[in-house]
Write a protein that binds this ligand. Structure first.
Ligand code: ADP
Ligand code: MG
Length: 641
């Protein structure tokens, strides 16, 4: 029979160390949390060799009395938790009393500590968790802890360490995280003798974020919102500055760095219909909640939390960020590369934004011949609408026009009374004073009239793609397709509680991949709500009988394919998302295209909408609608300043 033995404290500590002390960065995290808990206002961290040989944390906090200093290194020794009730409302970073014991068991430690009230401090030396010496020492108020030779007695763990550079960078990240968590504390970080970070500790998150993210931060949007006793503060990126990964999403719950799918989802929900595929917002967000509604006692590394009400937390973050984004005007500046000496070469234009992209898709519409061969086999749809499919394209165009018409609300105030059939003036004998910039509008154009509300002027169109608008010392370039797409998208979203559908005169076969066809058939009910009626037609082919009213029959295949890919990528749980994606497709198809010839009326209507509506910032895929080109920038290019 195997004998049961109780583990010695040393072995128990080594096991705990495996959980708490993974690498130098985790040691630093624990020590910094202790310093913050001790009420320090200034903390200095110094490492050598990635923190493997030397790691020192000095704080000016409350310090420890001699008798406490020795106990602090015992397992489950903590001053922060006295009763089980305390666990329900944790206000400190630490509470398990595990960190110092775990760190001590795998390193050599020197501790110097002094409380403000006492004349002398305490010096302590430990190796592998054993106290080797304790004595009185002269030292400043606060605590200095030096960790040497981490993992010297656990070679197996040592093997898992990466290079000093990698470990050092992780320490940097850990210090940065604490600096962002506690802007009220001044953090200084030295790596191999060089200062890498110093935050002012003046309490402003802005200053801390600036020290860490540098100039990038200047473009971030401040978030400040309160909801009952929840508060959300911090910074988020503009949709146009989104990052290729989620690595720059930093969340703090009651000052504790946390990883949470819920918070990420709430953040990203605020960017819905404003981000490009594969782009993610960055943030530094502090969520402050009453301690009783959050449980941090989930994981030893304590980066996970449980919320009492996930919905309340989700809404607080979602609406807090959404509100901040909505308040923001986002018209990125045209950027010129500094090319001081030579005359810039003409570079080929970047691919036209919004130009129709021919995707190599799975679907294809049948040829006329193929169609004939099986159309006999297909029973005609019940009560088809006459020529619905053919009318669809016209309809979309009409709808686009009517939407544009609606957007044109000409200001009445500045309209001059129409001069009834005045004969053309004879040529003036005196030269007239020069007219400001714009030539006299043509009679037809005069009816359109430049809106005077914001004193902007449509200058014209560039490359049949960008509408050029001037306002004061700024010029705006509006991507006509992106803008129109967004206008239509918003309109569709607002209009259609349920998507109305059109029955096709002739049911239309659409070929898809087996996977896509299967997914669509499995979601027939959802498709029905979205205005599609489909049925199986063998060999990865669907027969489409009905499509959304605003979609052209020729675009139905592509819309179905994108629906299928949305469903396959697991977004099905949010029906809204799938529906929005369909509306994207419809809006994109219906919008005027880059490269198309547009008449001035259309362009002016779009310009007017963009100049007057703050919600028109990005196309539904996250591309900007409008960019700014300031007079100053141009003057710089022409060396006028
Ligand atoms: P915990 O932080 O979970 O309480 P630790 O093992 O990290 O556990 O620390 C044990 C105790 O040592 C703390 O509760 C605190 O009383 C004391 N302590 C640790 N670091 C410091 C410090 N820098 N200043 C003052 N007291 C400290
Ligand atoms: Mg601690």
């Amino acid at each position: 029979m195997p004998k049961i033995l109780e583990l010695s404290p040393h072995i128990a500590n080594l096991i705990a160390a495996g959980e708490v002390v993974e690498r130098p960065a985790s040691v630093v995290k624990e020590l910094l949390e202790n310093a913050v808990d001790a009420g320090a206002s200034k903390v200095t961290v110094e490492i050598r060799d990635g923190g493997m040989t030397f790691l020192r944390v000095t704080d000016n906090g409350c310090g420890m009395a001699p008798e406490d200093a020795a106990i602090a290194f015992r397992r489950h020794a903590t001053s922060k938790l006295k009763s089980a009730e305390d666990l329900a409302a944790i206000g400190t970073m630490g509470f398990r009393g595990e960190a110092l014991a775990a760190i001590a068991s795998v390193s050599r430690i020197d501790l110097l500590t002094k409380t403000a009230g006492s004349l002398t401090g305490t010096s302590l030396h430990l190796e592998a968790g054993q106290i080797f010496s304790q004595s009185e020492a002269g030292c400043p108020d606060g605590t200095t802890i030096i960790i040497r030779d981490l993992f010297f007695n656990t070679p197996a763990r040592m093997k898992f360490m990466k290079s000093d550079t990698v470990e050092g960078s992780r320490v940097t990240a850990a210090v940065e995280m604490q600096a962002l968590a506690h802007p009220e504390v001044a953090f200084q970080f030295l790596r191999d003798g060089k200062q890498v970070l110093a935050t002012p500790g003046n309490g402003g998150l802005q200053a801390a974020v600036y020290c860490i993210y540098g100039r990038d931060f200047a473009k971030m949007v401040p978030v400040e919102s309160r909801w009952e006793n929840y508060s959300l503060t911090g910074y988020v990126t503009k949709p146009t500055d989104a990052r290729p990964s989620r690595s720059m999403q930093t969340f703090f719950v009651n000052d504790r760095p946390v990883k949470s799918k819920l918070l990420t989802a709430a953040l990203e929900e605020a960017y819905r219909n404003q981000l490009m595929v594969g782009k993610f917002p960055a943030c530094v967000l502090h969520l402050t909640l009453p301690p009783a509604v959050v449980d941090v006692n989930v994981h030893p590394a304590k980066t996970e939390v449980k919320f009492l009400s996930e919905k309340a937390v989700f809404d607080c973050v979602h609406y807090g960020v959404l509100g901040a984004l909505n308040r923001q005007v986002d018209r990125p500046e045209v950027k010129f590369k500094p090319q001081p000496t030579t005359i810039p070469e003409t570079k080929p234009l970047p691919p036209k934004a919004g130009a129709p992209v021919k995707k190599a898709g799975f679907f294809r519409t049948m040829t006329a011949q193929e169609y004939q061969s099986f159309s006999a086999a297909v029973p005609a749809a019940p009560q088809p609408k006459p020529a619905a499919a053919a009318a669809a394209a016209v309809k979309i165009r009409q709808q686009a026009d009517s939407l544009l018409q609606e957007a044109v609300v000409l200001p009445q105030v500045h309209k001059e009374p129409p001069k009834a059939s005045e004969p053309p003036k004879p040529a003036p004998s005196k030269p007239e004073p020069p007219k400001p910039e714009s030539p006299q509008p043509e009679p037809e154009q005069a009816a359109l009239e430049m809106p005077a509300i914001a004193e902007w002027r449509m200058v014209g169109e560039l490359y049949r793609t960008y509408i050029l608008v001037e306002q004061g010392d700024e010029a705006f370039l509006i991507d006509k397709h992106a803008a129109h797409e967004r206008i239509l998208f918003e309109k569709l979203k607002a209009n259609q509680e349920s998507i109305s559908a059109q029955t096709l005169l002739q049911p239309m076969p659409v070929h898809l991949s087996a996977e896509a066809a299967g997914e669509l058939l499995a979601n027939r009910e959802l498709l029905d709500e979205l205005g599609f009626e489909i049925e199986e037609f063998g060999e990865n082919t669907l027969l489409v009988r009905q499509i959304p009213m605003d979609l052209g029959a020729e675009d139905a295949g592509e819309a179905l394919e994108s629906l299928a890919s949305g469903l396959l990528s697991g977004r099905r749980e949010r029906k809204d998302t799938v529906r929005d994606e369909l509306l994207h497709t419809v809006a994109c198809k219906a919008a005027i295209k880059a490269g198309w010839k547009s008449d001035e009326k259309e362009l002016l209507a779009i310009a007017k909408a963009v100049m007057s509506r703050e919600d028109l910032k990005y196309c539904p895929h996250g591309r900007p609608i409008c960019v700014t080109l300031s007079k100053k920038q141009l003057e710089k290019q022409f060396k006028r300043t």
